[in-house]
Design a protein around this ligand. Sequence first.
Ligand code: ASN
Length: 340
Amino acid sequence: MTPLEDSKTHLVLLATGGTIASRSRPEAGGAAVAADTGEQLLGSLGVPSPCPVRVVDVLRKGSYLLDFGEMVQVCSAIREALADPAVLGVVVTHGTDTMEETSFLADLTHDDPRPVVFTGAQKAADSASPDGPANLAQAVAVAASPQARDRGVLLSFAGRIFPSRGVQKAQTTGLDAFANPDVGPAGWVTAAGGVHLGDVPPRMEPFRLPSAAPDGPRVDVVASYPGADDVLLRASLAAGAAGIVLEATGSGNANRTLCAAIAEATAAGIVVVTSTRVPAGPVVPIYGDGGGRDLLAAGAIPSGILRPSQSLVLLSLLLRLEMPRSRIAESFERCGRPLS
Ligand SMILES: NC(=O)C[C@H](N)C(=O)O
């Protein structure tokens, strides 16, 4: 671990809830709900932190409850923490269900060399052997490491370190909850806090952070599957969607019915992005008969390597920033490129 040169330097821990903070509650019928404060989480660390940590409680909820405005709120809290030059880096404790969404939004809008590291847990704080304390200790070690600088927003989980772009929750209950099926982890962190990361990849130009208003443009995810018709897509349009992420099959295919409805939607100015339910590989326009080639001709924008969850975040961000379709297409081209 890196010794501190200046005793005033410190990390900030932003607590948002999730399983890492959850305990079973009689008032919830014994179900696990977010309960612990950031101070309680910090108090659970079995090892001393490499530097002082200041705690801010931002939210206390399961991440399956978050909306886009709350994700912006977490990003604003990161920005506020980094406004203090004595802050070395930020750790965010967060539920794992939507950590790939919030961390990606934070990465897209992160304009600072200092590390921001998300972590959480798969087992509740009151379980017999919670994984939260070790995950948090490792995230603190990563955030305090000079090796983690200039890498945007990272996830540290079960000893592995991932850039947020392309990361996916890949286990419902297994302790190694996250994966990047395209490129694997960027590095690892040992139980003793030793951080190992490879070369620093180039960073993308950050986007502006939009307002945290809860009533931004509506963006829905609509799936294609055997027998899918256009009823749900049209319901989304009728509900006022400004953007739709199509969770397509394979390399990004739908069918003739969906394709025709998408052509109508894009002609009316709705932005449609084609992503895929397949865990790895880019969206590629190859097939006709309502496949990816026809979706492209219908005006849908391929998401590159971004899965539906992260496509939803990028599209919601760009629509909140009032970007025209041409810049949205360019942004997906840039942000959807595989990280190598
Ligand atoms: N393991 C977790 O954190 C899952 C939890 N349901 C959440 O996302 O808040």
